[in-house]
Design a protein around this ligand. Structure first.
Ligand SMILES: Cc1cc2nc3c(=O)[nH]c(=O)nc-3n(C[C@H](O)[C@H](O)[C@H](O)COP(=O)(O)O)c2cc1C
Ligand code: SF4
Length: 487
């Protein structure tokens, strides 16, 4: 845990106090004292993209709910979540949520799947989102909706919540141990990889037929696309050199351009990573995880199992290959990139900075503002290098009441083109829309990073903002979650 106690942001009432609070932390987070409204708001300015415009700078990052039907169709909670995406006023919907390209590639038995049998359900999600967006924003002009396509790779659990069925690309000295993979556990063959690539082509074609504007070829958070990027030790066509590790992306893109030539493509990228973390055993007791510490890695340097990490000190980010990757995106004429980091499975403090850990997490090893600033800094650096790419930023929810001030400053200063909302979308999807229209932010709805939206799915329940979203109050799901948290 950080040496000085972490100050709860909820007790800071004024933006000037928040600005002062940042100083001793030594983090660079831009923050405007005054929120501009309407035509003056940077957040409401439009963005030129390809042959059209994106109507404002508010993006909804993909937020999965673990609440689809067993066959991969959306359920009633899924439909409600997409309605709320629409109510946010955001003009860039980045994926909605992770949608598996096949049943085997699902991260949980309630993840959405894209296939003939789910066509109608996915069309409904898009339709309700547009319907609600029109009510909130007056029209759907400048609305860009993507679908995030995924294969969960190492984190596949398609058939039962308690039954991992990892599909791995290489043997990982730390993550294999965590997943209890025996010595002879198979890696996906190049032939199996090619079959997955074809699944992406089929899925993208369907997304196009359903009217989605783009698909995100997901490369983040430890799932399959991301694992390719760190497949240094893999043999064959998809591992080793940078060219081989990005072959998956190139072949997916090539096929999409053939089957759906007018469909736009985006990529969500974990631009950097770190060693997997675990609760410090010396400071943990049953049911009470201690602060996070990195797994021992001294015997593993130079580290060959990460993307965006310094090989000799793999707890530090290294953006060299992220820069190469974005250059490749430009070469492939992919104009949309969403920057995230790490993985929710092995370093959640990097991926989604929070004060309160999820049930499988650990206490924050640093002030979560350091985690926010780390992602913002990386994103800013990449935007500077690639001014022609549309870059969406991530990890703003921990900023809580000051999210609008920081989001406005980040867009105004050109650190990002659009600010992506993750957890805040579950708690208070309209926060930036309200702020930019001069409406008071509703403090009681602001996400406080309680992590129930992660604890619930880790225990086989649908995800949602149980503490703040009245929809869950008194529900059977909430009762079950409360019982789990008491154990
Ligand atoms: C419940 C939950 C579901 C998520 N689902 C997805 C997902 O389907 N795809 C994805 O790329 N990221 C997903 N994320 C990560 C978020 O998009 C985002 O990167 C992360 O929460 C950090 O942003 P924030 O600070 O705004 O929450 C999820 C996060 C949470 C908490
Ligand atoms: S459960 Fe609600 S308050 Fe807690 S992190 Fe998730 S969205 Fe935020």
């Amino acid at each position: 845990m950080s040496a000085t106690p972490i100050v709860r942001l909820g007790i800071i009432k004024e933006v000037t106090r928040f600005q002062e609070h940042l100083r001793p932390l030594g983090v660079e987070i831009p923050c405007d004292a005054e929120i501009l409204r309407g035509g003056d708001s940077p957040l409401l300015s439009s963005l030129t993209f390809a042959d059209g415009t994106i109507g404002n700078r508010i993006a909804i990052n993909p937020m999965e709910g673990w609440d689809g039907m067993p066959d991969g169709r959306p359920g009633e909670h899924t439909v409600r979540r997409w309605r709320r995406f629409g109510q946010s006023g955001a003009k860039l919907i980045w994926g909605g949520e992770a949608v598996a390209v096949t049943h085997e590639g699902r991260a949980n038995p309630n993840q959405l799947v894209i296939g003939e049998h789910t066509r109608e359900g996915l069309a409904q999600l898009r339709a309700v989102l547009i319907e609600e967006h029109k009510k909130a924003a007056g029209s759907d002009a400048g609305l860009l909706i993507g679908l995030q396509l995924t294969h969960s790779g190492r984190y596949c659990r398609p058939n039962a919540h308690g039954r991992p069925e990892p599909r791995i690309l290489y043997r990982h000295p730390i993550l294999d141990r965590r997943l209890n993979l025996p010595a002879g556990y198979p890696v996906l063959s190049d032939g199996e990889v090619r079959a997955v690539i074809e699944d992406f082509h089929r899925a993208a074609r369907m997304a196009w037929e359903l009217g989605f504007d783009f698909v995100d070829v997901k490369h983040c958070h430890g799932y399959l696309g991301h694992e390719f990027l760190s497949a240094h030790t893999r043999e064959g066509n998809y591992g080793g050199s940078f060219e081989n590790r990005t072959r998956f992306l190139r072949e997916v893109v090539e096929g999409i351009r053939t089957v759906a030539p007018h469909l736009k493509i985006g990529v969500r990228l974990s631009a950097f990573d770190t060693i997997p973390f675990r609760p410090d055993p010396a400071k943990s007791s049953p049911g009470k995880p201690g602060p996070g510490i990195p797994e021992d890695y001294e015997q593993l340097v130079p580290y060959q199992w990460g993307f965006g990490v310094e090989a000799n000190r793999p707890i530090e980010p290294d953006l060299t290959e992220a820069v190469k990757f974005l250059a490749l995106l430009e070469e492939l004429q992919i104009g949309l990139v969403n920057i995230t980091a790490g993985s929710p499975y092995y370093n959640p403090h990097v991926q989604r900075p929070a004060l309160y850990p999820p049930s499988d997490g650990y206490l924050p090893p640093e002030d979560p503002l350091v985690g926010v600033a780390r992602q913002m800094r990386a994103t800013r650096g990449l935007k500077e290098r690639f001014p022609n790419l549309i870059v969406v930023g991530t990890a703003y929810s921990y900023l809580q009441d000051f999210l609008p001030h920081v989001a406005q400053a980040a867009v105004r200063e050109g650190w990002v083109d659009a600010v992506g909302l993750g957890r805040m979308t579950l708690a208070y999807p309209e926060i930036l829309w309200d702020a930019a229209h001069g409406r008071a932010v509703e403090h009681k709805r602001v996400c406080r990073t309680f992590s129930d939206c992660t604890t619930a799915p880790r225990n086989g329940l649908p995800s949602g903002c149980y503490p703040l979203d009245g929809y869950y109050k008194g529900s059977e799901m909430a009762v079950r979650l409360a019982a789990i948290k008491k154990q």
